[in-house]
Design a protein around this ligand. Sequence first.
Ligand SMILES: Cc1cc2nc3c(=O)[nH]c(=O)nc-3n(C[C@H](O)[C@H](O)[C@H](O)COP(=O)(O)OP(=O)(O)OC[C@H]3O[C@@H](n4cnc5c(N)ncnc54)[C@H](O)[C@@H]3O)c2cc1C
Length: 351
Amino acid sequence: MTGPVVVIAETDHGALTPPTLECVEEARDVVAERGGQMHAILPGHGVAPLAETLGAHGADRVTVVEHQALAQFSADGWLAALEPVLRASRPMLFIAPDSGYSRTWLPRLSIRWRIPLITNCSRIKVIVDGYPEIYRFGHDGRAHERQIWARGTLMGCLLAPGVRGVGAARARRHIEIETVTPALDPSSFRDRTLKTLPPDPKTVDLADAERIISGGLGVGGTDGMAQLRQLADALGATLGGTRVAADRGWLDEDRFIGSTGKIVSPKLYVAFGVSGAGQHVAGIGASELIIAVNTDRTAPMLKMADLGVVGDLHQIVPILLGKLQALAGERNEDAVHEPEPAELALSAAGS
Ligand SMILES: Cc1cc2nc3c(=O)[nH]c(=O)nc-3n(C[C@H](O)[C@H](O)[C@H](O)COP(=O)(O)OP(=O)(O)OC[C@H]3O[C@@H](n4cnc5c(N)ncnc54)[C@H](O)[C@@H]3O)c2cc1C
């Protein structure tokens, strides 16, 4: 097989997204197995300084695709700008984060090029004789598929966020960086981003959630889960849990976490009454901070937590809720009593 493994990078508010760095590291592993180079394509406006970070996570070469029209996502814009760059790199395989962006523009590329685009990938491997092997979550995460494609098939893989987590950046490596400026006519784009709204924590997909409150069988039933939902609302977090909690109907089916559920990578993951079975924790490894509350001090969940609390969640959750509600009340009062500029002017005049 010839040609590099290429990663299509995504940015958010001027930073590379964590799923992009996961793709870069996955591509690095593929290259380590089969030899060759790892290239990254970095589209956007003013994003060139991020090329070094792609290098620190494993890219040998970065092509920055710079244009003001790429500051915001447009499927037409990305297709017009990136197709020629991707074609010129003559990839053996390309990888992108499984995101709303890549699910919008890459299917069009795959139809145009008549190549497979494999979504929800968990691992990309190259076996000895050069046939690419792709592992993916199928049937809503209920099955693990292994796909083996004919030697030499060019394919696009969308890596599910959180499947491997982001490793440490390496010491400074030498990378090649080139910048291309495509000729784009934004007035011809049929779609454009008008505004980017923050996700609603109540409905956001668990895979994208920044804070997760997770409930297991220890919550005891739908009432316990409703109390956790209140806590999640107060923290601006999303409610998730274990598969057995979902099987009992305490949670929606798409809200359980683990090897057969969602793979999550939040900044904060708080587990209440979750024992920490292997199939569950397989889905939370990329969490930044893990807190666990459990009555059983030997529970595996407490062992893997950054902060473990041995105690009864039915006592702890109401205390936490009370404190959060009191804090929210204080903030509201401050907002109510904040003097208006006119009030300030009057009191200054009166003094
Ligand atoms: C093929 C297969 C795939 C699976 N896939 C998944 C998966 O993707 N995701 C998943 O989650 N599971 C999965 N499972 C199930 C998994 O093996 C565990 O059974 C499950 O994760 C356990 O859920 P739990 O922690 O809620 O329940 P339990 O293991 O019963 O743990 C409940 C915990 O709550 C604690 N507790 C009880 N009362 C309180 C209290 N008042 N306060 C505080 N703590 C309390 C207990 O000490 C205990 O540690 C799978 C199983 C199989 C066989």
